[in-house]
Design a protein around this ligand. Structure first.
Ligand code: ADP
Ligand code: VHF
Length: 374
């Protein structure tokens, strides 16, 4: 199946591991299983793949540490369990990755963090920096501060949002079933595994039951929704059994295991479409001829040195238009600096940004990933 080649070619992946799997169905963290996934992730990293782990399990691990056998109803009790359990979770990830001389970093996110443009950019910057440093970010929802309204509600959605955030090639969801079946396999012994579909395929809705296990919250419905969300930035999703021996390595080899849910369009096309259609422009940059030439060749970022003029009042992260000196629009993109800062660094070399502004939020005025030629 040629689509499985995408797994071999992926350079950046988000791997989400669900509560039921990680906590051995509630018996506390399954350190042995976690160690095996870490060995496989270390191999991916060795192979040049950047990996972000989205790890559930804090509530379940907290319950187990506190000796609770029934998931509490009260939000504060859940949050307390999560706070206790998160300690064990990150300690275990760090200890397991240490065997491979790989550092980990704890990232706790709320929905608000990703809907606020500035925090979104900062989160993305931090994740990128960690990946550049060869560190594996271990992401979970920030259960301590979330309330019902702002909860992701499940880590499947969080996994997809992180995949959007870092423009991952794919999202791998490890769960307690072999993949998505045409009906809930816990209830129907004749259920058949779905191997490959378009994420947007409406037939899938009827197949994915909402009910999750006792520990998890999502069920297959949230996994399907996550796949659709990931597809918006052109990422594929695989829903697959985390207990399959060598699961991550086998996916990487292109083995047909689990359910592959494909985006309607490729990553770059999806991103560019989003950039071109979703945002209003807030300002204008006038570029010198050199910058125009470089941008038109494609695949390059816009550096401050190529900017001759800045107009409008825009904030970092907002969309601006780029014009050549005859007034022709060349490109649009999400700018890395507020308007006043952009004015101060226009025409200057990137290595002077810190000296001029006192800080740097990227050597580019607009990063190539956030730039679309019009
Ligand atoms: N069509 C389906 N295919 C597979 N599993 C399904 C389906 N419909 C519902 N489920 C249920 O979803 C559960 C997995 O979801 P969940 O418990 O949230 O896992 P996780 O903790 O890995 O996120 C399965 O154990 C299964 O009972
Ligand atoms: N932040 C919570 C997430 C729980 C959760 O929804 O898990 P999952 O069912 O695996 O998506 C935890 O760590 O327990």
């Amino acid at each position: 199946m040629t689509e499985r080649l995408q797994l071999r070619q992926a350079r950046r992946l988000v791997i989400k591991i669900g509560s039921a799997l990680l906590t051995n169905d509630g018996r506390g963290l399954d350190v042995a299983a976690l160690g095996l996934w870490v060995d496989q992730i270390a191999e991916l990293i060795e192979d040049g793949v950047e990996v972000v782990v989205v790890s559930s399990g804090s509530v379940a691990e907290g319950m187990s540490r506190l000796g609770w056998t029934v998931r509490p109803e009260q939000l504060h009790e859940l949050q307390a369990a999560a706070a206790v359990g998160q300690m064990g979770l990150v300690q275990t990830w760090e200890a397991q990755f240490k065997r491979h001389d790989i550092h980990t970093a704890q990232i706790l996110l709320t929905h608000d963090d990703l809907s606020d443009r500035k925090r979104y950019l900062n989160g993305r910057g931090t994740l990128r920096a960690l990946l550049n440093l060869g560190v594996v970010p271990i992401v979970n929802e920030n259960d301590t501060v979330v309330t019902d309204e702002i909860r992701f509600g499940d880590n499947d959605t969080l996994g997809a949002l992180v995949a959007n955030l870092i423009e991952a090639d794919g999202l791998i969801i490890l769960t307690d079933q072999l993949g998505l079946f045409d009906k809930d396999p816990r209830k129907h012994s004749d259920a058949c595994l779905v191997t490959e579909r378009r994420a947007g395929d409406r037939e899938l809705d009827a197949m994915a039951g909402g009910g999750a296990g006792v520990l998890g919250r999502g069920g297959m419905q949230t996994k399907l929704r996550a796949a659709r969300l990931a597809a918006r930035s052109g990422a594929f999703t695989v829903i697959v059994g985390g207990r399959i021996e060598g699961v991550i390595g086998r996916l990487r080899q292109g083995d047909v295991i689990g359910t592959l849910l494909l985006p309607e369009q490729g990553r770059i096309a999806a991103r560019k479409q989003w950039l071109a259609s979703h945002l209003q422009t807030r300002g204008r940059l006038t570029l010198d001829d050199g910058a125009v030439k470089v941008l038109c060749l494609g695949g390059r970022s816009l550096l401050p040195v190529g900017v001759k003029g800045v107009s409008g009042q825009f904030r970092r992260g907002e969309m601006v238009s780029c014009f050549d000196q005859s007034g022709r629009e060349i490109a649009r993109g999400l700018v890395n600096y507020d308007a006043d800062e952009a004015r101060a660094i226009a025409g200057r070399s990137s290595d002077r940004i810190t000296e001029i502004l006192g800080y740097m939020s990227g050597e580019e005025m607009i990063h190539r990933d956030n730039l679309v030629i019009v």
